[in-house]
Design a protein around this ligand. Sequence first.
Ligand code: TRH
Length: 406
Amino acid sequence: MPSARPPAPLTSNAPSTGRTAPVHEAIACDVFCAVIDNFGDIGVCWRLARQLASEYGWQMRIFVDDLHAFQKLCPALDLDRSRQAVSGIVIEHWHEPSHAGETLEVADVAIEAFGCELPHVYVAAMARRERPPVWLNLEYLSAEDWVADFHLRRSPHPRYPLTKTFFFPGLGAGTGGVLKERHLDAARATFEASPQMRAGWWQNAIGAPAPEPDATVISLFSYENPVIDSLLGQWRDSPTPIVLLVPEGRISGAIARFFGLPGFAAGTHAARGNLRAHALAFTDQPGYDALLWASHLNFVRGEDSFVRAQWAARPFVWHIYPQADDAHLPKLDAALAHYAGPLPAPARAALARFWHAWNGTGRPDWADFQRHRAAFEQRAAAWAVELAAPGDLAGNLAEFTKSQLK
Ligand code: TRH
């Protein structure tokens, strides 16, 4: 466990509750998270905070402006409390940009997630601290090459004697890596090796035993997607059974329409031809990992589920978060270059075609994808090893912080 120096006292008049006792034993870290939409912003912050707390002994506090989004993946959260602790992590409902908690306390490390701005009072208090905190801007994940050049670049504050460091997640060397808990591979291996655990998972998820061995199990976590009807039709006509697992969300309306149902809420089951679909409840994050492990193929989206699918070491299809002016498309291709690069050319082309179609260019061809399933499976396993090479994000962040606190 890294040991930090005791935080210097604030010189402001603001009272401090001394949240880090005993301060000399643990690094205190504040994470600020403004939820733009969906679950990825808070999903990444929550995962990072839990890992820094459990693996590095840091005392974590999260400021988050949307408790509703947070509660979806952390059901223990109480929506009515402005300050609470869950799993040993303090959570503050961040009411407004200028709010920084009931009492102003500055931590050893301040992480502003995804360019959200720290409250001005907090920045001013950081500057008054004898030892200024390590100030990190945690950026969104991108697989593009420029990321390695910008990772750990520093930006001096225009007025205060403070420096912000940009921390860039990435898929390759020289980046901050991506989040991965130390226990993750062991947890997956245990799940995969235990028929009882898997049977229990299926019973809990769909109220029935695991599907027949020749069925292809697919999880579908996606934004609205105009080509979903085409794909559902191809799965309906598939020569072998397809079992589709759909966490309740933005794609659920389209699934309901395909089956002629009024909705596709958790607990709904439907079948047409060789396609059987089950609507699942949105779970906590460990529950989502189990869904990825229970499936042969995972459709994922955004940032955090995209990373979890890679650690699941199974083929996956990425629905990238769409940006204005198609700014997301080079990012999609950059990820493909890392992930699919070593595949044999026909398989690489088929994967690129399918990912592009799922992201708005062309029509997905399931038979074309299926033809290369064995190559995709091999590649997914190899990639999970390669992806670990730059080290995991929390470990890299802890190491960098330690070097700054010396
Ligand atoms: O929800 P997202 O679309 O979030 C996106 C991205 O982060 C994107 O980069 C960002 O710009 C945008 O939000 C604002 O997809 P993502 O990143 O996969 O986050 C989903 C989180 O929800 C992830 O932590 C996994 C979690 N999850 C559960 O915990 N349980 C579930 O049942 C499911 C389906 C997901």
